[in-house]
Design a protein around this ligand. Structure first.
Ligand code: PLP
Ligand code: FVT
Length: 425
């Protein structure tokens, strides 16, 4: 393919990509876009422009990080300035101190931080840390929670693992898989039974499940997890890769008033650049190398570009507008979608992210989400794309809003939903 041609359509690029990448993509959910993935030329604010010169209103937002919308000028300028000064030092830089200070200021459980490069690395390290700290082996996770793409968590995993029918990945030794016990989300009795009889190092949970669509915790679920883990001296790990700095500056732990032992962050704290973080109390985080004996390292850990982008993002979030606007947008849109769908359905929203499920009355755990009419959801996604709106291609992802989703964007979106949902009987 001659990539110098001034315009190449997504369809041609897709055909070329299928020869180059497994399934045509570099992360599976991207292959779920129907009828084939569009290729993005540029993006600004709430809009993506495709290689086919279509403008799409974006509710995927890079799968969550872009709470300031695409190419926010504050982040752009900060990154440009940083690039002039170099982009990788292999030494510490001031920006990592500043970003960690923001995190420890806002996130209640965070006294110390370790920066890594993805949510995957963050949860992998958090689990290893819980085992190293307690000297125990077993981990409890929840059906449909997704914590990234490493061996400790690909059991009953949500997101693309469920979308593509591999909630249990091949290639994970039975010896590893047998150390992880899966409970249904929102089922505290399963956790209680397990923690009483097993040697549980840690319980890892998405405080709001954002990887089977959106599923909020039942009223006492997080508090009960806190008391049980405390009683049995296991560590409670909140995976706040999605909720961190999305549900407000203090994330889900402030929103719900429950303080975990370890918090994993990612997505928003890098302002759209690769990042992950493990945070917690001084005594727990000090177990990491070099002060402790739980190993973690990384060539790109705390790289200055991600640090600067995250810092610029949090400074903007501290002004409050992004939360006000993104919540208003999600609320109006979720309510409108709820009123437009005429068949049985449920819309689950927490603050500024949400998902709708068709053909079911309630969705409180992954089992409920699996019963929804996923094939109809995909048709709605495809029809919305034709109408200029990009919602996640999979039922098992979330719609996110940002500071760029103003009244005009929301009104246009509602018009598109009206045209599309009129056809769903
Ligand atoms: C809750 C949660 N944890 C971990 C991850 C993994 O993060 P990453 O894709 O940056 O590895 C994700 C990704 O979506 C996530 O939603
Ligand atoms: N909810 C899961 C993700 O956001 C992951 C995106 C990806 O792996 O491409």
């Amino acid at each position: 393919m001659d990539l110098r041609r001034c315009s190449i359509l997504s369809y041609e690029l897709w055909n070329e990509a299928k020869n180059l990448f497994a399934g045509g993509v570099n992360s599976p959910v991207r292959a779920a876009v129907k009828p084939y993935p569009f290729y993005t030329r540029r993006a600004k604010g709430a809009y993506i422009e495709t290689e086919d010169s279509k403008q799409l209103i974006d509710y995927v937002l890079g799968y969550g990080p872009l709470i300031l919308g695409h190419s926010h000028p504050k982040v752009l300028n900060a990154v440009k300035n940083q690039l002039e000064k170099g982009w990788l030092y292999g030494t510490p830089s001031v920006a990592e101190i500043k970003l960690a200070e923001k995190i420890t200021k806002h996130v209640p459980s965070a006294e110390m931080v370790r920066f890594v490069n993805s949510g995957t690395e963050a949860t992998m390290t958090a689990i290893r840390l819980s085992r190293g700290f307690t000297g125990r082996k077993k981990i409890i996770k929840f059906d449909g929670n997704y914590h990234g793409a490493h061996d400790y968590v690909l059991m009953d995993a949500g997101s693309a693992a469920s979308e593509f029918g591999v909630p249990f990945s091949l290639g994970i030794p039975e010896e590893v898989a047998s150390t992880v016990i899966v409970c249904p989300y929102n089922d505290i009795s399963c956790v209680e039974r397990t923690i009483r009889k097993e040697d549980v190092a840690g319980v890892i949970v998405e405080p709001v499940m954002g990887n089977m669509g959106v599923i909020p915790p039942n009223s006492n679920f997080l508090k009960d997890l806190r008391s049980l883990t405390r009683e049995f001296n296991s560590l409670l790990i909140f995976d706040e890769v999605i909720t961190g700095f999305r549900l407000g500056l203090g994330g889900a732990q402030s929103y719900f008033g429950v303080k975990p032992d370890i918090t994993t962050l990612g997505k928003i704290i890098g302002g759209g650049f690769p990042i992950g973080a493990i945070c917690g109390s001084r005594d727990v985080i000090s177990y990491l190398t070099p002060s402790g004996k739980v190993f973690n390292a990384g060539t790109f850990n705390a790289n200055p570009v991600s640090m600067i982008a995250g810092l610029a993002t949090i400074e903007e979030l501290e002004k409050g507008n992004a939360y006000r606007i993104s919540e208003k947008a999600a609320k109006i849109l979720a309510e409108e979608i709820d009123s437009l769908i005429k068949i049985e359905h449920v819309v689950n929203r927490v603050f500024n992210f949400f998902q709708f499920f068709l053909g079911v009355k309630k969705v409180e755990n992954a089992g409920d989400a699996r019963k929804s009419l996923r094939e109809v959801y995909v048709k709605v996604h495809e029809a919305l794309l034709r109408e200029g709106v990009f919602v996640p291609p999979s039922q098992f992802e979330a719609l996110f809003t940002s500071i760029a989703h103003d009244d005009d964007v929301i009104n246009r979106t509602i018009e598109a939903f009206r045209r599309v949902l009129g056809e769903v009987h």
